[in-house]
Ligand binder design. Structure first.
Ligand SMILES: Nc1ncnc2c1ncn2[C@@H]1O[C@H](COP(=O)(O)OP(=O)(O)OP(=O)(O)O)[C@@H](O)[C@H]1O
Ligand SMILES: [Mg+2]
Length: 247
């Protein structure tokens, strides 16, 4: 695997019981790029992400992440690799009983033996990085949807990961707030060189952020490349996806 490939998925299969959901996925992500995984609802986008970050154990195939063959590692080594990976889940997943600061600092508390003071300093820095000030001691319910998403980004980057995965980051946001969140992702990519894999079906967002796209259809990759190449490829499902009204 070349040095500048940070993630390479090959022939990945996944099942839920007898339902074959991923049927031989190939996905290559270059270090420092923004890859968008797209496709209609139910095609397997979240499942792909969950297999990569090991919420599910891959059924068959290979996942090389940060130079490690994840399917061959012991559980404890999988965890070590995943510490270098940030995740923003589809439903935000902030813990309502914790303050914003505690939510952001949670990965540090779980994975490091840093002092509470240092954890707080780092969490505050990350909150500033996502342009949220003075919310450290507030609770998730006191923040708007857009602010909660930014908190989820701050938590995803709190361990200074090399790569972050975001599942539908702008779902449920108004267009202006969604655009702000996209700008945040772009700035993390440009200023920190962070590799970002985003799952989304929001057309405007895809056009703004994607360096490359991988289009899934029914558990298979129909296309991977740039958006321009996708248009040229003349694949009916993809044309339809890009030409539909953005709902
Ligand atoms: N835990 C589960 N158990 C059984 N089936 C599941 C489970 N999670 C997802 N599925 C099914 O697997 C398929 C792929 O689901 P997945 O969540 O990966 O889709 P998606 O592309 O992320 O969709 P969306 O855009 O709506 O988030 C769907 O048919 C879904 O119903
Ligand atoms: Mg999903």
């Amino acid at each position: 695997m070349s040095d500048d490939i940070i993630l390479e998925v090959e022939n990945l299969h996944a099942w839920y019981g007898r339902k074959h959901v991923l049927e031989g996925i190939n996905l290559t992500v270059e270090a420092g790029s923004i890859m968008v995984v797209l496709g209609t609802s139910g095609c397997g986008k979240s499942t792909l992400l969950k297999n990569i970050i090991r919420l599910y154990t891959p059924g068959k195939g290979s996942i090389n992440l940060l130079g490690n063959e994840m399917t061959e590692l012991e559980e404890e080594d999988v965890e070590t690799v995943l510490r270098q990976v940030g995740v923003m889940y589809q439903n935000g997943a902030l813990l309502n009983s914790l303050t914003i600061g505690e939510n952001v600092a949670l990965p540090l508390e779980i994975h490091t033996d840093m002092s509470p003071k240092l954890r707080r300093e780092i969490a505050e820095t990350k909150l500033r990085q996502v342009e949220l000030l003075d919310v450290y001691d507030r609770y998730p319910r006191e923040l708007s949807g857009g602010m909660q998403k930014r908190v989820a980004v701050a938590r995803a980057i709190v361990m200074d990961p090399d790569i972050i995965f975001c599942d539908e980051p702008s779902a449920g946001l108004d267009p202006v707030t969604a655009q702000g969140l996209d700008r945040l992702l772009i700035s993390l990519n440009e200023t920190l060189g962070m590799t970002i894999v985003v799952v989304t079906h929001e057309l405007e967002s895809i056009k703004r952020i994607a360096h490359y796209i991988t289009y899934l259809d029914n558990g298979k990759v129909l296309f991977t490349g740039t958006i321009e190449e996708a248009f040229q490829a003349d694949i009916p499902q993809i044309q339809e996806f890009f030409l539909r009204d953005n709902v």
